[in-house]
Design a binder for this molecule. Structure first.
Ligand code: PHE
Ligand code: CO
Length: 300
């Protein structure tokens, strides 16, 4: 069952302090304040939607584009979660829930494990159209929600949530390993389709610049999916990725992550992490990046 919306909507973003940006974790669920969206809010959605759909034809995977159409996402107005939930519920049993911003990890995992996907209720301001640090409604809804219509990907997300609850109980290193897997699949994954490489990661499909960069730039590495390798690989949160990992199918992702990770976490604990841009001897390389424009530090 979905949890009961409790609080009045607030917009929660990172705090800017003398130590830099500190994420604020808000746990409250909110009813989407749809009537409260301004004309500017709807226009921001329309602008971003139209721009991304143009970029994504022939770049996003077929499942993504078809699902957006099937669930009735259009540029006309910010979708109502309740409308999308009707389509999602029928397709895969997922439910969207409204949240104020980033959730604490365990809360997030628990929602996923119960097929609830948290969506930030607010959309970026017009001056943030090209870049915003934290996930907003556009990133969450446009980027993440369509693939929840796909039965295999829908199961992967739930399994990830269940794995997250477990990793949280094991400790911070296990959690870091699992977070890298999310980053390089759910957020920044590429998939090989009949006519070439396509995007499925939400962090890419919701970014005009990275949608082109991920597929066409000579700078990044593009390497075949390897779960254990990914779980050791650091990543970038402030620049385009240095490395993208390519799956052949969502079923491959599901099968590769099905085994119990507990022994894997133990093994990984004694191994060093891999810098974001490194290529290893065992990698299946479809492109070795030129590294052009890479920052030398800042992997996390
Ligand atoms: N099988 C993983 C585990 O035991 C859970 C998982 C599934 C993790 C899918 C990521 C994706 O922890
Ligand atoms: Co995201």
């Amino acid at each position: 069952m979905s949890a009961t919306p409790a609080s009045a909507p607030r917009r929660v973003e990172n705090l800017h302090t003398d130590k830099g940006k500190v994420p604020v974790y808000a746990t409250g669920l909110v009813e989407q304040p749809w009537d409260g969206y301004s004309a500017d809010d709807h226009a921001t959605w329309a602008t971003l939607f139209a721009r991304q759909r143009e970029v994504l034809v022939g770049r996003a995977c077929d499942e993504f584009l078809q699902a957006q159409d099937a669930m009735g996402m259009t540029p006309d107005r910010i979708p109502r979660f309740s409308d999308l939930n009707a389509a999602l519920g029928a397709a895969t049993g997922w439910t969207l829930i409204g949240v104020e911003g980033l959730l604490p990890e365990l809360d997030f995992f628990d929602h996923l494990a119960n097929r609830r996907f948290p969506v930030t209720w607010w959309i970026r301001r017009p001056d943030q159209i090209d870049y915003i640090e934290e996930p907003d409604l556009f990133h969450d809804l446009f980027g993440h929600v369509p693939l929840l219509m796909n039965p295999v990907f829908a199961d992967y997300m739930q399994a990830y949530g269940q794995g997250g609850v477990k990793a949280h109980g094991i400790g911070p290193e296990a959690l870091q390993n699992l977070t890298r897997l999310y980053w390089y699949t759910v957020e920044f994954g590429l998939i090989r389709q009949h006519d070439g490489l396509r995007i499925y990661g939400a962090g890419i499909v919701s970014s005009a610049g990275e949608s082109v960069h991920a597929l066409e730039s000579a700078a990044p590495n593009r390497i075949g999916f390897d779960g254990e390798r990914i779980m050791r690989t650091r990543y970038r949160i402030d620049t385009y990725q240095k490395t993208y990992f390519v799956i052949d199918s969502f079923q491959q992702l599901m099968d590769a992550t099905a085994p119990d990770f507990t022994p894997l976490y133990a093994r990984l604990a004694s191994q060093p992490s891999i810098p974001a841009g490194d290529v290893l001897a065992g990698d299946t390389v479809s492109q070795r990046g030129s590294g052009e424009g890479w920052a030398n530090d800042g992997d996390v």
